[in-house]
Write a protein that binds this ligand. Structure first.
Ligand code: EPU
Length: 439
């Protein structure tokens, strides 16, 4: 059991290079199973979710080598087509292997995916896309057995909602299908474009990534390629909000400001000074933040649901009342009761949160229940008076590489507490003092 201990009240400042995108790395690593030979993927963040993905690849028969943040996947001879239930349960994006396995093996056996409990998260759109391409799906005893009768055949796939994962699965299954596939109402997230960039380097013929109609001309086979994963736009917005709520001066390097077009104006509305250069963003926040008019989460290019919890923390310490509407997931306000324990004033009704900003939050023992909600509690701890203990940080570890060290390098006082054999130890961090803590 691990937790974060945050001693709040320190102004964050300094420069930070932002990690590679989790939500790009996961489908790209799945794509490395589909293509033949060796793929070299750079800028892969070291997270529990990427480690789980590498485990799946290895169990499917790939050989994996890691050199720093570079992962080298050799899929030669890999013939696995079933993912163990425990690995499926470990993370939601294990489902993105479906299209890749079917594309390579013509059959796949998976079970319902796990992941953060932020809503119902069905996979009907994934299965609809597979069926359109000629896959027979048999669901029994919690297992999904998928088979292709003759060959995958390109088709028109029209999504009723631009699901990120279903779009990725459709692309992965369609790239080696016979003929042309047109995906209508596809997700437009930068992570979709990144996956398509990688696949096109491997020899795929995909057009329209980043737009709502994607056209894929199937090719006979794909060869491994070298690719660098884009920067994580949600990790970037996390560190920007950390700077904002602590009245800080933070510069993020290796980012793509264009991916934050819906987020940066909200930070400006809150009173932050934002300077954008080609690959960097500098945020200065010198006074109490202002309320934000209305934050409404939407599919990209709208305001990201993954940043909603972070901005709930920001709104909690801003001057005035902000309204936040969560449109993507049904249960994505689990951080709210925890923020209330820290002195926040928030009312939720269904998918709406009304946040009345308070002058100060106070340190408390709080409980992380999902990835971004957990990160929002860390942000609250950074600006709170006193000490905040955040438990169940395995959720946070799914998506943030070395969160505590990144924050410490910006002058935060945060450390990881590890409970082992009844004793509690403070885990070493690079820039905070490293004395052992025993309780
Ligand atoms: N949906 C369906 N049926 C489906 C698929 C999705 O009804 O078959 C619904 C979901 O229940 C949800 C909405 O559509 O209400 C959006 O789901 P989507 O499929 O777009 O999300 P996802 O692929 O499961 C990815 C990210 C999430 C991010 C969402 C939305 C990855 C690995 N995960 O999930 O990231 O919130 O897109 O942008 O790419 C996170 O990083 O913390 C995270 C949860």
């Amino acid at each position: 059991m691990q937790s974060f201990v945050v001693n709040g009240g320190r102004r964050l400042s300094g420069r930070l290079s932002v990690q590679g995108s989790k939500n790009s790395a996961l489908p790209i690593l799945a794509a490395a199973f589909l293509v033949n030979g060796t793929s070299i993927i750079h800028n892969v963040p070291d997270l529990s979710d990427t480690r789980c993905t590498l485990k799946i690849l290895s169990e499917l028969g790939c050989t994996i080598r890691k050199e720093g943040s570079t992962v080298i996947v050799n899929s030669e001879g890999a013939q696995g087509f079933e993912i163990r239930e425990s690995l499926m349960r470990e993370m939601r994006s294990s489902v993105v292997f479906l299209g890749a396995i079917i594309g390579r093996c013509g059959k796949a056996v998976i079970s319902s995916p796990g992941g953060c409990e932020i809503g119902l998260r069905p996979i009907d759109l994934h299965l609809y896309a597979m069926k359109r391409l000629g896959v027979c799906v048999d669901e029994s005893f919690g297992k999904l057995s998928c088979t292709v009768q003759n060959a995958l055949v390109g088709e028109k796939i029209t999504f009723s909602f631009p699901s990120v994962g279903a779009t990725e699965n459709a692309i992965l299954a369609a790239v080696t299908a016979k003929g042309t596939t047109v995906i209508v109402n596809s997700a437009r997230e930068p992570e979709i474009s990144d996956l398509c960039d990688f696949l096109n380097k491997c020899g795929a013929k995909i057009q329209g990534a980043g737009e709502s109609i994607i056209t894929i001309e199937g090719v006979n086979s794909l060869q491994g390629a070298e690719h660098s994963v884009i920067c994580d736009r949600i990790a970037a917005s996390t560190y920007l909000v950390a700077g904002a709520v602590t009245g800080g001066d933070v510069e993020l390097l290796n980012t793509n400001p264009a991916h934050l077009n819906s987020v940066l104006p909200v930070l400006e509305e809150a009173g932050c000074d934002i300077r954008v250069r080609c690959k960097s963003i500098r945020l200065k926040a010198s006074r109490r933040l202002n309320r934000m008019d209305k934050i409404i989460t939407q599919p990209y290019p709208g305001f990201p649901t993954d940043s909603q919890a972070l901005f709930t923390t920001l709104a909690s310490v801003a001057k005035g009342t902000s309204v936040i509407v969560e449109n993507i997931f049904e249960c994505r306000f689990k951080h709210v009761p925890e923020l209330l324990r820290m002195g926040a004033k928030i009312r939720t009704e269904g998918r709406v949160a009304v946040v009345e900003g308070v002058e100060r939050l106070y340190g408390a023992d709080v409980h992380s229940q999902d990835l971004r909600g957990g990160a929002a509690l860390v942000l609250a701890g950074l600006c709170a008076e006193g000490t905040t203990n955040i438990s169940d940080i395995q959720f946070i570890d799914r998506g943030y590489a070395d969160l505590e060290n990144c924050l410490c390098s910006l002058n935060a006082d945060i450390y990881r507490k590890v409970k082992q054999d009844g004793a509690t130890k403070k885990k070493f961090t690079k820039t905070c003092s490293d004395e052992d803590y025993s309780a």
